[in-house]
Ligand binder design. Structure first.
Ligand code: ADP
Ligand code: MG
Length: 699
């Protein structure tokens, strides 16, 4: 349960004064996280991207042109525009050195007369310019009297916006959010690792939203460091608690006799690569040791993780236990099931598939067989960790593409076995600097080298205007038997609009390819999507128009072309994942990146890197460099915990400190007791890492 002190922060943004349903929608677009609407805390964590400095005061004659300046002047006269003219409304103001015309286009005269009455003294902030030899200021940013000046932020924060949301309205809402910030206990009061001279959490927010000077909001300024540290600590603490929870249950040793794994190896058409052998050995060492394995197996798409996982599961089966493999989607679960069945056939393993779509009779049979232990290996979706699923003796849980799951779910499967070992597989190459961030102190096995015999993928970038050429080229390739993906981006932030865009492209391509064109997107029903995928896999359709639903894991070796429309809208990690859909078979593969010119600097670099290399780890490092870590793994798409306040390129040192702090806390106060514990619970909830809190309660 969330500490009630945080309730005001997790109230919807629409609970703030002046935030109606319409503005609320805009805030959802700007700050909401897909499923939920924007909350007060989201406004607080929406930090300024820059400032406008209004501290410069000057006499009119000495004021610099074309820079923000604040002048103090008396209102001399109003020059209203003649009725029905389009001329601006002008107001002449002066000080002892000179005068300025304030110019208002499409003005509201009543407002001007009220805020600039003749004879009054006003403080006016904006940019001065020369027009016809006379000083003027078009639409001053601020017009205030002496009282107003006292409350006007002289260093005004500038925030990221969304269309339809006015800067000042947003600033007001953020001020409203600040007023809701309760006095929170300081979770760093006893900290030994916190860098000295950092403000408290609430002070830091105050400084950032009301900066005393422009430097105060720099990523390396104390206020930013404090918030980054807090966020990193929450994350590291969640990981450390999770780890401690898992370690609390003693592991068991699963040692096989090698008979069935021998049969699998003997039946396999290929020999394992050195990297695969190495990973198998590392995993075996964990499995046979009486400690609980918590290992990450990372390897780019196509690096051959499946057989490594199978050999691990087989070891456990040989030891008389069961294994489970959990995939993020039905499609992937099915694919795993099929390829594992092929590999496992010579070993006479009993495999079963369990998904949310089984009929209740099927499901009942599978559950009974799992409980009896006649099923050796079960493959499924999150249906696997529902309460009704019980194993006779689960020895190993393999979680594929785990970044689609939350830490909590990952553990729920592990909890089905008494000290079950856990192997997490990810196809997202994670830069070494980030493994710790995301996975805490999990052990890691990496498949960096790919199986032999892969042909390089030709990657080309073309402006969207050449789409006609691309379609023509596709036509001739398809006539020769090729199969292609055509990827449309998620753009609008509205799923309905995205789907509309995909459907439009599909309609256009259907004109050309007729029934050979297929369509798959996230809004389709699971069964419908499977049918579309299956038709493509069987070659009934040859061009599959898709959104990024095909991003992860889908395996159609015959597909040799991938077209990515609006490639500039994808992150590097995502482009890399998409490209990994091809180059899986015998044919030479091509990846065509269609972009909308002109390309921005970052988009250009991304496309260059894509053309340069296929090494996912290098791409991940470059992605980190380009994006500054915030969204390095395509967290939007992947569901990995993203950081909102910490920037890993800038705050990497803090990460180490936060990790040390988290470890110290778990060592000395593993149940988060006392005042410090209470404060840390607030921290975990504040940054929404409560899955770890649940584990504390689970004991
Ligand atoms: P991943 O799950 O890492 O994306 P897979 O396990 O699906 O990769 O393997 C990709 C392809 O490579 C599969 O067709 C698989 O049969 C093949 N493969 C795996 N290991 C080897 C190997 N050592 N030599 C040759 N081919 C291999
Ligand atoms: Mg795989």
């Amino acid at each position: 349960m969330r500490p009630s002190i945080l309730d005001p922060l997790f109230a919807p943004a629409t609970s703030l004064p002046g935030v109606g349903p319409k503005v609320g929608k805009l805030l959802d677009t700007l700050l909401g996280k897909g499923d939920g609407g924007a909350r007060v805390v989201d406004l607080l964590f929406h930090l300024p991207t820059g400032t406008i400095d209004r501290r410069r005061r000057a006499k009119i004659a000495e004021a610099p042109l074309d820079q923000i300046v604040t002048i103090e002047a008396d209102v001399v006269e109003h020059r209203a525009a003649p009725p029905r003219s389009r001329a601006p409304y002008k107001v002449l103001v002066e000080d002892e050195t000179g005068d300025v015309l304030l110019v208002f286009f499409l003005a509201n005269p009543a407002w001007i007369q009220k805020s600039l009455p003749v004879g009054a003294r006003r403080f006016i902030s904006g940019k001065l310019e020369l027009w016809d030899g006379h000083r003027q200021m078009v639409h001053p940013d601020r017009v205030v009297d002496a009282d107003g000046l006292a409350t006007m932020p002289l260093v005004e924060p500038v925030y990221g916006l969304t269309e339809g949301l006015a800067p000042r309205a947003l600033a007001k809402m953020i001020a409203g959010a600040r007023a809701r910030l309760p006095e929170l206990p300081d979770w760093l009061a006893d900290s030994r690792t916190k860098p000295p001279a950092l403000p408290r959490f609430s002070e830091a927010l105050e400084i950032l939203h009301h900066p005393p000077d422009p430097e105060a909001i720099a990523p390396t300024a104390p206020a930013r460091l404090r918030l980054a540290f807090d966020e990193l600590l929450a994350h590291q603490l969640a990981l450390a608690l999770t780890r401690a929870h898992l370690r609390r249950t003693a592991g068991r040793s699963s040692k096989g006799d090698g008979a069935r794994s021998g049969a699998i190896r003997a039946g396999s058409p290929f020999a394992l690569t050195a990297a695969q052998e190495n990973a198998v050995a590392e995993i075996r060492a964990d499995l046979t040791a009486p400690v609980r394995m918590l290992r990450l197996l990372q390897g780019d798409v196509g690096s051959g993780k499946t057989i490594v996982a199978l050999l691990a599961m087989t070891e456990v089966v040989e030891a008389g236990r069961q294994a489970a493999l959990m995939a993020p989607t039905e499609v992937l679960a099915r694919q795993h099931f099929e390829s594992l069945q092929k590999y496992a056939a010579p070993a006479k393993l009993n495999l079963a598939l369990l998904t949310g779509r089984d009929s209740s009779a099927e499901r009942g049979r599978t559950l009974a067989a799992l409980a009896e232990g006649t099923i050796d290996i079960v493959i499924g979706t999150h249906a696997l960790f529902q309460e009704s699923v019980a194993f006779r003796d689960l020895g190993l849980a393999v979680v594929d593409e785990q970044h689609r799951f939350g830490v909590h779910q990952r553990l729920a499967l592990g909890a089905k076995g008494d000290g079950a070992d856990i192997l997490v597989m990810t196809a997202t190459p994670i830069p070494r600097t980030l493994v710790l961030t995301y996975f805490g102190d999990m052990d890691v096995s990496t498949l960096r080298e790919k199986p032999p015999g892969r042909q390089p993928i030709e990657t080309r970038a073309l402006p969207l205007e050449r789409i006609g050429d691309v379609v023509a080229r596709l036509q001739s390739a398809i006539a020769q038997g090729a199969r292609a993906y055509w990827i449309c981006p998620l753009v609008a932030g509205s799923e309905a609009l995205d789907v509309a865009a995909v459907e439009e492209r599909y309609a256009a391509l259907k004109q050309i390819f007729g029934p050979q064109a297929g369509l798959v997107h996230g809004k389709m029903k699971g069964a419908e999507r499977d049918t579309a995928m299956a038709a493509f896999a069987k070659g009934e359709t040859k061009v599959l128009v898709a959104t990024t639903v095909i991003e992860v894991g889908v395996d159609v070796p015959e597909a040799s072309i991938i077209v990515v429309e609006h490639a500039e809208r994808f992150g590097l990690a995502q482009l890399h994942q998409l490209r990994g859909r091809v180059g899986r078979g015998q044919a030479k593969s091509t990846c065509l990146l269609l972009y909308k010119a002109p390309l921005g600097e970052i988009a250009k670099s991304r496309i260059e890197i894509m053309r340069d290399t296929e090494d996912g780890f290098r791409i991940a490092e470059e992605d980190l460099r380009l994006r500054g870590g915030g969204d390095v793994l395509g967290t939007q798409q992947s569901g990995l915990p993203g950081f909102r306040l910490a920037q890993l390129d800038v705050h990497a040192d803090l990460l180490k400190l936060a990790r040390a702090e988290a470890q110290a806390i778990v060592a000395t106060n593993p149940r988060l007791e006392g005042a410090q514990g209470k404060a840390l619970l607030v921290l975990l909830h504040l940054f929404e890492r409560e899955a770890a809190v649940k584990l504390l309660q689970a004991g």
